[in-house]
Write a new protein. Structure first.
Length: 172
């Protein structure tokens, strides 16, 4: 396996923008089903997008802003409790999309504004230990991809019961 080099801030910004296109398309395709749960233990599409909004504010852009402001320690957050309080299942997908885009556009501008010396700056997290801007940028791309896979799985689960005998193709 070939080793890759770390991403530049421009590359991270491109990945963050690509996530926007996927989320917009999936929410539009799901439409009124964006609050649908295929399993009571799993998030609906609205909850996934609500989580991305909160992760942006609290985990990624939020922590990078704390680092740039010289803060030495950050805190963790109870993701399940925040999701419960947000009650995104009851919202319209388009309103979540607009909330996400407002936060994401600010974040992309933040990422593009970072200078090479900023990447090594860091903050202490109670669970993870020291996190640098560089670490957070790379985790951000991974986190987005994890949750976009989750959105795609929701649509797959949505159509599964209606696939008839073509369900037998799964795994090919």
């Amino acid at each position: 396996m070939t080793t890759t080099s770390e991403l530049t801030t421009d590359q991270v910004a491109e990945y963050l923008e690509a996530t926007c296109a996927l989320i917009e398309a999936e929410l539009a395709a799901l439409d009124a089903d964006s609050g649908w749960h295929f399993d009571e233990k799993e998030w609906c599409a609205n909850q996934v997008v609500g989580h991305l909004v909160e992760a942006e504010k609290r985990g990624f852009a939020g922590r990078i802003r704390e680092i740039l402001a010289g803060k030495e320690k950050t805190s963790s957050w109870d993701q399940a409790e925040v999701a419960r309080q947000r009650n995104d299942c009851a919202r319209i997908g388009q309103s979540l999309w607009m909330e996400f885009m407002g936060v994401r556009n600010d974040s992309i501008n933040l990422v593009r504004s970072l200078k090479p010396p900023d990447l090594a700056k860091g903050i202490e997290h109670p669970m993870a230990g020291r996190l640098t801007v560089r670490d957070l940028l790379h985790e951000w791309v991974s986190h987005d991809r994890n949750h976009t896979k989750q959105l795609l799985a929701i649509a797959q689960e949505r159509v599964w019961p209606h696939m008839g005998n073509s369900q037998k193709f799964k795994g090919e």
